[in-house]
Design a protein around this ligand. Structure first.
Ligand code: DI6
Ligand code: FE
Length: 401
């Protein structure tokens, strides 16, 4: 690809080692390469031999240019925190027990309902800043700690505001079917009706989310209820994804594949049948090592079977106050390697190109390719595998976007 003859680049990055992440097989390394950017998009990728006209030239001095990191599964917005439950668990209570006695997700619901929009914005901003400082340029944020129309909308408005006020792309997801609110204590079908008939139409009309998620689990919602929510989402032009097979096999990942869903997330208890369905529909497997670690799970997601079937694997923080209060994508990459035995290449694909696929954004972000957005991070490292190798430390970086 030749640089444009007529228009100078807005930015020109030279002398960079580039990991394009454009191929499914490898890093896509270009040594001593250069990238030209016009109107926020990558207009040129080449070798560093020539000097092109540009409004701004950045000499990377041999540092590594990578796609911006993408955290494709978070619950970043909520009131309060659950350090007390962490302590309860360490004194012997299980996550399910805490959840059944009104703790767990519901305690975050109470705190989120009580918090003002501004308070939620401020607390989520601090978390967002931690992720941005690690080179995250795109984040998915779910609602799901409101469980009533007003609070769900409040959360989604905060997500939108975060995207407007911070240099990061925020992709909002509606997770009304996250847990049963106290008002519907013995009427989960009644709550699902509210989600389908009132909440989803309003969220779609106000364009506050482009995707719908459900917690399909024996402590969440059933397969049949999940399908009902998916039907309502489709009717309103929204995509679907799912918290599936985290604590048991409910067949949810197969269902999300049946609905051409973007991703099935967690999936420790995923069946072979669902893996085939995901491979066929192009549904991404999003693995969340932070929740696995924090809950001291022992059942590993079926990584080899996913590889064998060619299902793309994404990695995310699942940042949430109950099961993954983690604000480091780099730590998740390390844990994907140490806990799930993924390779550093797979971990990096998991937070770039495959994470872009999990958001349906693979045509715009996730790799360094001509025509994609110039969503780039320059890392002072010796090789991209270093990002998975180290933990508890962030190498120096510069976001270029
Ligand atoms: N699975 C999770 O890991 C989070 N939600 C879900 O459905 C946990 C949310 C929480 O405990 O607050
Ligand atoms: Fe989650």
């Amino acid at each position: 690809m030749c640089p444009t003859e007529t228009k100078p680049f807005d930015q020109f990055i030279r002398n960079a080692n580039i990991a394009t992440m454009a191929s499914d097989k490898e890093y896509g390394i270009i040594e001593k390469g250069c990238v030209g950017i016009i109107d926020g998009k990558i207009a040129f990728i080449g070798s560093d031999l020539s000097d092109y006209q540009a409004k701004e030239t950045i000499n990377a001095n041999g540092q590594w240019l990578l796609p911006g990191l993408i955290d494709c599964h978070t619950h970043l917005i909520y009131g309060g925190n659950r350090a007390n439950e962490f302590e309860m668990r360490l004194n012997g209570a299980s996550y399910e027990e805490i959840s059944k006695t009104g703790g767990g997700i519901l305690s975050s619901v109470t705190a989120t309902r009580a918090a003002s929009e501004q308070e939620l914005f401020v607390s989520a901003s601090k978390r967002l800043e931690a992720l941005i400082a690690e080179g995250v340029t795109t984040i998915e944020i779910k609602s799901g700690y409101g469980l009533d129309l007003e609070t769900e909308l409040k959360m989604l408005r905060v997500a939108k505001q975060l995207g407007e006020q911070y240099p990061i792309r925020v992709i909002p997801t509606f997770l009304g079917a996250h847990a049963l609110p106290p008002e519907f204590k013995d009427d989960s079908d009644g709550y699902i009706n509210l989600v389908c008939e009132k909440m989803i139409p309003t969220v779609a009309q106000e364009q506050l989310a482009n995707c719908v998620d459900v917690f399909c689990e024996n402590i969440g919602f059933s397969y049949a209820q999940t399908e009902k929510v998916f039907k309502a989402a489709k009717e309103h032009g929204l995509k679907v994804k799912l918290h599936a097979e985290q604590l048991s096999d409910q067949g949810g990942a197969g269902l999300v594949a049946d609905y051409q869903g973007l991703s099935a997330d967690h999936i420790e208890y995923l069946s072979q049948e669902s893996i085939y369905k995901m491979a066929k529909s192009g549904t991404v497997a999003t693995l969340l090592p932070g929740a696995y670690y924090f809950l001291r799970e022992t059942k590993l997601p079926p990584i080899q079977a996913l590889r064998d079937a060619g299902v793309p694997i994404a990695i995310a923080t699942d940042h949430n106050p109950g099961t993954s209060p983690c604000l480091s994508v780099l730590l998740m990459m390390n844990m994907a390697c140490t806990l799930f035995k993924m390779t550093p290449l797979e971990a990096l694909q998991g937070v770039t190109i495959n994470s872009a696929k999990a958001l349906g954004l693979e045509d715009a972000i996730g790799s360094i390719e001509v025509g994609k957005k110039a969503d780039l991070v320059l890392w002072n490292i010796e090789h991209p595998n270093q990002l998975s190798y180290q933990f508890g430390v962030t190498p120096p970086l510069k976001i270029i976007s």
